[in-house]
Design a protein around this ligand. Structure first.
Ligand code: NAI
Length: 464
């Protein structure tokens, strides 16, 4: 079965870059990415590539090459579904904010809407691919919806979770560690798997394309995120011990990371992990475990989140206690708001929680981030509902220049590991600050030795 037309529902951080790369690598496949959000689609179609809704290094070139040739962005969801042989579902699956499983389970309403729309519109057989991260066994729910349309169309459901990391999405898509495709064990299921394998085989070596049953594939994505987040929480738990004992968390991380059984990656201690996936996917896993009555399993994974919240609060608590137990009326400059460098995504960013805690202490915050907009920052704060929108705008200001943000500040907090922060004229920053001038490096990126020489008082996570 040769795929000629692909439709992807959801033009977000995953759908956009993933489909851009498929289109670039498979010029003979027409790829249409659709979304209900017309502003987002307009931004994907903007001739100014700086206005793409997702910032990822290298993405602009990929889009430039394929857009208009075999890559299209549209709001006409029905047409794209009808035309396609293969439909990727890449819509958001946030944590439920209401009803049963509130604050834990994945909200699958967008997934269900997609399935119903596919069922309604389709007149020819389709392969439906779960690209979104979904609870294990979602494929059977989708299949149920699709199979009860009564119009004789046959559907095969595949699970093809996405392992890209924001900030390195294009790199990860071009050279993935592995591509995972789960499908039905029946003959038709295997044919559908092969059709998707053939798409990826255009640029991914076959030995890196792994095929499994649907349930293993769905569960593997949640497992991968749980394991990754667990490593961060594990090293962060050690950072607290380091600070009490005089051990240095970077030295500890290096010492254990050189053990080939442990490995060096994901051992960077920080103010805490953020991003749209880790917390949501672990909560989802915890909920699944609880649903099956596996309470010890649920508690085990929930601790990864508890540790992450602790780390964020520990960081802001430390700022307050170091600044003589009060930050009321004091200006604190934030360098960074994104949840990590090289992305404009701020979902679940540690900066949000740290800011909220400090605003509760009546601090004045001025934020500089190279890629995050002012609207986004206020939206993140307003979403918490801790105080009125007016108060958020009075207490927190957004600056387009880091030197302005740091001017007359009592302290600087580094919340994102943007490379440019390392290259600033730190003497100039110091000269324009109130003394003693404090730096709280939540990402361990600054040369604290050099900063101390200038006169800064430095705090770096996990250094006693
Ligand atoms: P996103 O929120 O950036 O994008 C989702 C898009 O789907 C939105 O633009 C929304 O308007 C659209 N949408 C929702 N319902 C729709 C419908 N019925 N019809 C048409 N469009 C609809 O989300 P993101 O970050 O791209 O995540 C998508 C999925 O991929 C999630 O399940 C996430 O867990 C998963 N994922 C995310 C990764 C990440 O780094 N962001 C990495 C790997 C997986």
């Amino acid at each position: 079965m040769k795929i000629n037309k692909i439709c992807c529902i959801g033009a977000g951080y995953v759908g956009g870059p993933t489909m851009a790369v498929i289109a670039q690598k498979c010029p003979d496949i027409k790829v249409t990415v659709v979304d209900v959000n017309a502003t987002r689609i307009a931004a994907w179609n903007d001739t100014d590539l700086n206005k793409l809704p997702v910032f990822e290094p290298g993405l602009d070139q990929v889009v430039e090459e394929a857009r208009g040739r075999n890559l299209f962005f549209s709001t006409d969801v029905e047409k794209a579904i009808d035309e396609a042989d293969m439909i990727f579902i890449s819509v958001n699956t946030p944590t439920k904010t209401y009803g049963k499983g509130k604050g834990m389970a994945a909200d699958l309403k967008y997934i269900e809407l997609c399935a119903r729309q596919i069922a309604e519109v389709s007149t020819t057989n389709k392969i439906v691919v779960e690209k979104s991260t979904l609870p294990v066994r979602t494929a059977s729910a989708i299949k149920n919806i699709l199979d009860h349309t009564g119009n004789g169309v046959e559907f095969q459901i595949l699970s093809n979770p996405e392992f890209l990391a924001e900030g390195t999405a294009v790199e990860d898509l071009l050279a993935p560690d592995r591509v995972l495709i789960g499908g039905d064990t029946s003959e038709k299921g295997q044919q559908a798997i092969q059709a998707l394998v053939d798409v990826y085989a255009n640029w991914v070596p076959e030995e890196r394309i792994l095929t499994t049953n649907v349930w293993s594939s769905e569960l593997s994505k949640l497992t991968a995120n749980a394991f990754l987040a667990q490593r961060v929480s594990s090293i962060n738990s050690m950072s607290a011990i380091c600070e009490k004992t005089g051990a240095d968390v970077n030295e500890v991380a290096k010492a254990i990371g050189m053990d080939s059984r442990i490995g060096a990656k994901f051992l960077k201690s920080s103010v805490g992990f953020g991003g749209s996936c880790f917390q949501k996917d672990i909560l989802n896993l915890v909920y699944i475990a609880k649903t099956y009555g596996l309470n010890e399993v649920a508690d085990y994974w929930e601790q990864v989140i508890v540790m992450n919240d602790y780390q964020k609060n520990r960081f802001s608590d430390n700022i307050v206690s170091t600044l003589y137990n009060t930050v009321s009326g004091k200006k604190i400059a934030f360098l960074g708001w994104a949840f990590k460098k090289d992305t404009n995504d701020t979902r679940e960013s540690a900066a949000i929680q740290v800011a909220d805690n400090l605003l509760n202490e009546q601090a004045q915050i001025e934020v500089y981030d190279p890629k995050v907009t002012e609207e986004r920052i206020y939206a993140d704060l307003d979403y918490l509902n801790t105080r009125s929108e007016e108060e958020n705008r009075t207490l927190l200001k957004v600056k387009s220049n880091p030197y302005d943000a740091c001017k007359d500040a009592h302290a600087i907090a580094v919340l994102t590991e943007w490379d440019e922060f390392k290259t600033y004229d730190w003497q100039r920053i110091y000269d324009n600050m109130l003394k003693p001038a404090f730096v709280f490096d939540g990402r361990g990126i600054l040369d604290t030795k050099a900063l101390k020489k200038i006169g800064f008082v430095c705090y770096s996570i996990g250094k006693g």
